[in-house]
Design a protein around this ligand. Structure first.
Ligand SMILES: CCCCCCC[C@@H](O)CC(=O)SCCNC(=O)CCNC(=O)[C@H](O)C(C)(C)COP(=O)(O)OP(=O)(O)OC[C@H]1O[C@@H](n2cnc3c(N)ncnc32)[C@H](O)[C@@H]1OP(=O)(O)O
Length: 655
């Protein structure tokens, strides 16, 4: 295997004037990176500053070895300045290694406000400030690597280091969340827990240990985590003395200590304590979904009449895992999920919305600026999308969508919906309204394209929240998304209506001038019908095209939203319907597509059969998709407008 190189990558290492940071900077430079060696030049306690020598000496060392580096002497609290300096020198930032830190060790009783704040500011706020400044560029380029430096003092506690330990655990939380938020943009973030002899550990470890724990035994881990070939994210790694290990959470099976209709008591907790703390058969939840999924089980058990009799409480298998809490607040992607889990009604996880200040939240939502997203895709993404919307080699007419070697390899126009970053839209909504993601459904979609979509492109989408409507049973959020190519030419316009079940009644408008209306189909039997069964894995496949909403794959998550099973993406059924129209009325020619509109009226389950009924009126094909197994209409008020027809093509001739 080839060496890990960083040629062309720009790396910022904070606190790189000595110790671990210096070692990181030297290693990155040796491997071809352009390195920004940041060091304020202060003392270990953060006092002083302004000594430019440590950073300058490291830069000299790098250059003397033929490497590329510049020094920067700003405080990490001025992260923006560090990143701007990096951009001025090298054009961008690909990698941020948050290493800068100070110590102000005191026993907790003697820790002053200044001791606390100083340490928090450099470690937690510093890492936040530098990473936040580099983040938009990483997102826009679809690539980034971030490392934060935590500590065993944080993971396990250490006498005299309450301030430092708290800051170091804050960094683990930061890293965990950046890993989630960065996932859609090719940004990976990990926390390292180094044990190395350095200025900061010199007073803590015995001298000979400090000398044996060389920074060079940690730097290769940081380099690997920051390499483009490494897709590890959200991990916590301990390293020292040439050893590296990964850490994770462990959770006991726990005990349910509450019975339906009865008050939960401290005595019940005491009586189950042995079981609560018994780590036999422990599990390792690695995400908020996994962590809270347990509660859905617990609530079911309580509702089914689980008893906390000693025998039951002592049997781990009787209770699954219980967490003694009344409210769980969970964040998924950018979104806050508020699940009220107390009491019997909790299995129907309630939505925390429509509060007194709903109007303020709506106003905030309207003003929410959603950053443009850049999507780079290739023929591979296009083929994956086509598989996701049911194209199959079993149908000869679909080969042009599945094989890049086909003469007429082309893109189904609804692919343009995948250039709209729903995670970004969720983020904007989630920052303004507290809601339950499992009850945020896709309500309607409109798509307009301005020519056949390229099979390989970089496209930029801008977002605008056009309206927030009060539909009584829910709130409807209308988002307009305009997609252009790198030269600024319009490629597609999409409009999505998101339906927040249970969030209505806030007194907002009911209708929107901007919302593209649905259109009822003509009366009478359809002119044509295509019946196609989806696969049980349809949503699992479709989500690889970008919308990784757990609602479509995670049974516990779907159950929290009141669904018996994960449901199919609305846009997956939308893609099926588009294909059906193109097949029947345009000879499969994507260039004939102009616009499409549909309402998602009922959920479709993966594995169900879609029956697309179509009526042709001029260049408009009205359609309705019915779930064959239930007879329920899933897509309603829908139509596809085609570019003027080639007379005689497809079923038009039959009309
Ligand atoms: C932000 C970006 C977009 C969001 C991204 C989403 C991410 C995806 O991962 C999520 C998904 O793909 S979810 C799967 C696809 N969607 C669905 O399955 C939803 C199915 N629809 C329903 O269940 C109901 O229509 C339901 C529950 C939506 C509404 O049903 P009811 O509450 O019974 O509503 P009803 O009483 O019939 O009507 C009340 C008013 O609301 C309007 N309305 C109804 N259905 C709507 C819908 N689907 N979209 C928009 N508006 C809708 C009605 O017209 C009525 O308003 P008015 O009286 O003013 O006409």
């Amino acid at each position: 295997m080839s060496d890990l190189r960083f040629d062309g990558r720009v790396v910022v290492v904070t606190g790189a004037g000595g110790g671990l940071g210096r070692e990181y900077a030297l290693l990155f430079a040796e491997r071809g990176a352009d390195v920004v060696v940041n060091d304020l030049g202060g003392s270990a306690s953060g006092d002083g500053g302004g000594d430019v020598r440590p950073a300058d000496l490291v830069v000299e060392e790098i250059r003397a070895r033929g490497g590329s580096a510049v020094a920067n002497h700003d405080s990490v609290e001025d992260g923006e300045r560090i990143v701007r300096a990096a951009e001025a020198a090298f054009g961008r930032v690909d990698v941020v290694v948050n290493n800068a830190g100070i110590l102000r060790d005191r026993s907790f009783a003697r820790t002053s406000d200044a001791d606390w704040d100083g340490v928090q500011r450099v470690h937690a706020r510093g890492a936040f400030a530098v990473t936040r400044a580099a983040w938009p560029g990483m997102r826009a380029r679809g690539y980034g690597r971030v490392v934060v430096t935590s500590s065993a003092a944080g993971l396990f506690g250490n006498f005299g280091q309450a301030n430092y330990a708290a800051a170091k655990m804050a960094l683990v939380g930061l890293s965990n969340t950046l890993a989630i938020e960065g996932a859609a943009y090719g940004i990976c973030c990990n926390a390292v827990v180094p044990t190395a002899g350095s200025r900061l550990t010199r007073g803590v470890f015995p001298g000979e240990l400090v000398d044996a724990l060389k920074p060079e035994y940690v730097a290769p881990l940081v380099a690997y985590l920051c390499h483009e070939s490494c897709e590890e994210t959200g991990g916590v790694f301990e390293a020292g003395a040439g050893w590296i290990g990964k850490l994770r959470w462990e959770r006991s099976q726990g005990r349910i200590v509450r019975e339906k209709g009865k008050r939960m008591t401290p005595e019940a907790v005491r009586d189950s304590w042995e079981g609560i703390t018994d780590m036999t058969s422990a599990s390792h939840p690695s995400s908020i979904q996994e962590s809270t999924a347990t509660l859905v089980d617990v609530l079911e058990k309580i509702n089914e009449g689980h008893t906390t009799s000693p025998g039951n409480a002592g049997d781990p298998s009787a209770s699954g895992i219980a967490v003694a809490t009344t409210t769980v607040e969970a964040a998924v992607s950018d979104v806050t999920v508020a699940t009220a889990t107390d009491d019997a009604a909790a299995s129907d996880a309630a939505v925390a919305t429509a509060t007194d200040d709903a109007a303020a939240a709506v106003a905030k939502l309207r003003d929410a600026a959603i950053e443009p997203s850049v999507i780079r895709y290739t023929d591979r993404d296009v083929i994956l999308y086509h598989l996701g919307i049911g194209c199959s080699v079993a149908d000869a007419g679909s080969l042009k969508f599945l094989y890049e070697g086909s003469d007429d390899f082309s893109v189904v126009p609804t692919f343009s919906t995948t250039c709209c970053d729903l995670v970004a839209a969720f983020g904007a909504v989630g920052s303004a309204i507290e809601f339950d993601l499992s009850r945020f459904l896709h309500g309607e979609q409109y798509t307009e394209v301005y020519g056949a979509l390229p099979t390989d492109a970089t496209l930029i989408t801008t977002y605008r929240i056009a309206d927030v409507l009060d539909k009584t049973s829910g709130a409807a959020i209308v988002i307009v998304m305009e997609t252009r190519d790198e030269r600024g030419r319009k490629v597609a316009l999409n409009q999505a209506v998101g339906f927040l079940i249970g969030a209505g009644g806030f007194g907002g408008p009911r209708t929107s001038r901007e919302q593209v209306p649905t259109v009822a189909p003509p009366t009478g039997p359809p002119h044509d019908v295509v019946v196609e069964r989806t696969s049980v894995d349809q949503a699992a496949l479709y989500r690889l095209s970008g919308d990784r909403n757990p609602l479509h794959v995670d049974a516990a998550f779907a159950a929290a939203g009141g669904f018996a099973r994960p449901i199919l993406h609305g846009l997956c059924a939308y893609g099926y319907a588009c294909r059906h129209v193109l097949r029947r009325y345009a000879g499969g020619d994507v260039a004939r597509f102009r616009t499409m509109k549909a309402r998602f009226a009922r959920p479709v389950l993966p594995g169900q059969t879609l029956r697309t009924e179509m009526w042709r009126r001029g260049e408009r094909v009205h359609l309705r998709c019915v779930v064959d197994e239930t007879g329920e209409a899933a897509l309603t008020g829908a139509y596809v407008d085609l570019v003027a027809d080639d007379p005689g093509s497809g079923p038009t001739a039959k009309l």
